[in-house]
Structure formats: C-alpha cells, structure tokens
Ligand binder design. Structure first.
Ligand SMILES: CC(C)(COP(=O)(O)OP(=O)(O)OC[C@H]1O[C@@H](n2cnc3c(N)ncnc32)[C@H](O)[C@@H]1O)[C@@H](O)C(=O)NCCC(=O)NCCS
Ligand SMILES: Nc1ncnc2c1ncn2[C@@H]1O[C@H](COP(=O)(O)OP(=O)(O)OP(=O)(O)O)[C@@H](O)[C@H]1O
Length: 271
C-alpha cells in the first residue's frame, strides 16, 4: 500500500486537495491528523486531562462555558483560547506549543498507525496521510510519496486564512502562520526526496480551484505511474516482500532526511 503524505502550511489548501483525492476519480481513503488531534483531546481522554492539568491554572477560558456543549466527562476545550496560548513566536508560546505537541502527537501517531493497518488489511492500493506537521514530526519517513500543497505568495495564504476563519483577529492569524515553517521550504524538501519516481511532489495552489484540480490530476498521474495498483496488490498477497519493500523505503527516506539536514546546515554555514 502506498502511503501518500499530504502536507503544506496553514491555509495553503491541504484540506481542499484531500477532498479532491477522497472523491472520484481518485476515491482514496484519508487519514486526517487534524481530525485525530481533535479526537484525542475529547473530554474524558488522557490528552484532555493532561491539557487541563497543564494549561488550566493560567488559562481561565480554557473550557467552553456553554451548557449545550457539556458532556458527561466535562466541558470541551475552547480551541481558539488554547490556540492563543500556543501559536506565536515568543519563547513562552514556543514552550507551550512544545508541551501541547508532546501531549497530542504521540496519541495522534498511535491513531494513525491503527488506521494504516485497517486500510492495508482492506487492500487499498494507496492511502492519504493528511498531516500539517508531516516533516516536523518525522512522519515523512513512512511515506512512499510526499505531496506538498503550497502557495508562492504569503499574502494569498493570509487572505485565505482570514476569509475562512473570520473569528481570528489579524494578530491571531499572523501568529498561526508564523507557528509553521515556510511552505516554500517544505516544497523544496519534497523536491529533495526526488520528483522523478514521485517520491516528492509539489502542488502549487496560487490560482483558482479549477487550476488546482488540474495540478492535482497531473500530480496523481505521476504518482500512479510510479506506483501502479498491481504492485500494491502484489505486496499484499506476498507479505514478506511487502515487509522488505517497507524496510527499504524507510532506509531510503531516512538517508534522504539526513541528506536534507546536511544540505540545510551547509547552506546555513555559508551565510
Ligand atoms: C491549538 C489548537 C487547539 C487550536 O485549534 P483550532 O481548532 O483553533 O485550529 P486547528 O486544530 O483547526 O488547526 C488549524 C491549523 O493550525 C495548524 N497547527 C495546528 N497545530 C499546530 C502546531 N502544534 N504547530 C504548528 N501549527 C499547528 C495546522 O495547520 C492546522 O491545520 C489545535 O490546533 C491543536 O490542538 N494543535 C496541536 C496539535 C497539532 O499539532 N495538530 C496538528 C496535526 S497533528
Ligand atoms: N485555489 C483556491 N482558490 C480560492 N480559495 C481556495 C483555493 N484553495 C483553497 N482555498 C480556500 O482557502 C481556504 C484554506 O484552504 P484549506 O482549508 O484547504 O487549507 P488547509 O491547508 O487545509 O488549512 P489548515 O492548515 O488550516 O487546515 C479554504 O477556505 C479554501 O476553500
């Protein structure tokens, strides 16, 4: 089964692309890390308790105060309020973001592994792993292909974010954009994996949605040519070969990650 990692930066169009990939003619199953990140902090979960323990004492509006949303396990998290605690570039925000990631990411990773096994057993030829922090969390290691959805112009990204999330102030929106790496760098990292053989693919989303559909079609033609369906089924009926190929992929991705880090360090040293 081909694991297609889908990433980008905030509001660059990942969800729009994953919606396209989940419908005809692609019909791919989607594992959405944002959805899982909500599930693992629902009232009553270990993640919820850890967040309330750490952030509760100095975030007065951490929980929603609306009786309509109460559950038997407690009041749900007030996500915009938590977002104000963790998005931004001050040391305090970075530290709090690190703590929140440390609570949520291991739980999300576990949910992702469970979902991958489920789709593998069902004989899917490919599955899309929609993870905003794919590179940062190291999950690109397990992906046969990484698709980065990017926009060249940060102003377009900001305008789309503000239009979609009207409840965010300009400062909130700036903080969210600054909390994620530059999407152009992520695009370069995808290309570094190798565009031939579709290990890394970049979908630029500066124009309208029709153009985006065209970009996605071209990207998926490239991916399907590099990893045909018969190959996924061959791996399913011969598990030892499947395991061998998975180990080989991991090794290649690990070497590529190291190569990318070396390249970035060399570029930094030149400055
Ligand atoms: C802080 C939270 C509660 C804010 O929730 P809210 O509903 O307002 O935003 P939402 O979850 O839809 O996130 C919107 C976008 O922000 C970006 N983002 C989310 N978390 C992070 C993070 N830790 N670091 C950088 N960017 C992030 C992603 O692009 C995401 O798609 C929430 O984002 C969260 O729990 N983040 C930590 C978990 C995480 O890293 N999720 C990303 C996938 S694992
Ligand atoms: N090509 C486009 N033209 C116009 N609007 C677009 C285009 N692509 C996406 N959008 C809009 O931009 C907003 C952000 O897109 P989307 O939600 O897909 O981004 P995302 O990368 O998944 O964001 P997040 O990281 O916050 O989850 C949405 O309102 C979407 O409808």
């Amino acid at each position: 089964m081909l694991i297609i990692g889908l990433t980008g930066s905030i509001a660059t169009g990942k969800s729009t692309v994953s919606t396209l990939l989940s419908t005809a003619p692609y019909n791919l199953p989607i594992i959405d890390a944002d959805i899982l990140a909500r599930k693992v902090v629902e009232p009553g979960t270990a993640g919820y308790k850890a967040i309330v323990n750490y952030f509760g004492s100095n975030t007065p509006d951490l929980l929603l105060q609306d009786p309509a949303t109460d559950t038997p396990h407690g009041q749900p998290l007030n996500r915009p309020a938590l977002g104000r605690r963790v998005f931004g570039s001050t040391e305090e925000r970075k530290r709090d973001r690190h703590v929140l990631n440390g609570i949520i990411h291991p739980a999300v990773r576990w949910e992702i592994y469970k979902a991958l096994v489920y789709h593998y057993i069902r004989g899917q030829w490919a599955v899309v792993l929609d993870v905003p922090l794919l590179f940062e969390s190291g999950m690109d290691l397990i992906c046969g292909t990484v698709i980065v959805v990017g926009v060249h112009d940060p102003a377009v990204q900001m305008a789309r974010l503000r239009a979609r999330d009207a409840h965010l102030t300009a400062e909130d929106a700036e903080n969210r954009v600054r909390s994620q790496g530059d999407v152009r760098l992520k695009a370069a990292q995808a290309e570094f994996r190798g565009t031939e053989g579709a290990r890394g693919v970049v979908v630029w989303n500066d124009a309208d949605k029709t153009e985006l559909e065209r970009e996605v079609k071209a990207a998926m033609a490239n991916v399907a040519a590099s990893s045909p369906k018969w190959w996924a089924w061959a791996l399913l009926v011969a598990p030892p070969v499947g395991v061998g190929v998975a180990v080989w992929n991991l090794a290649v991705n690990f070497a590529t990650q190291k190569g990318w880090e070396r390249k970035k360090n060399e570029e930094k040293a030149k400055l």
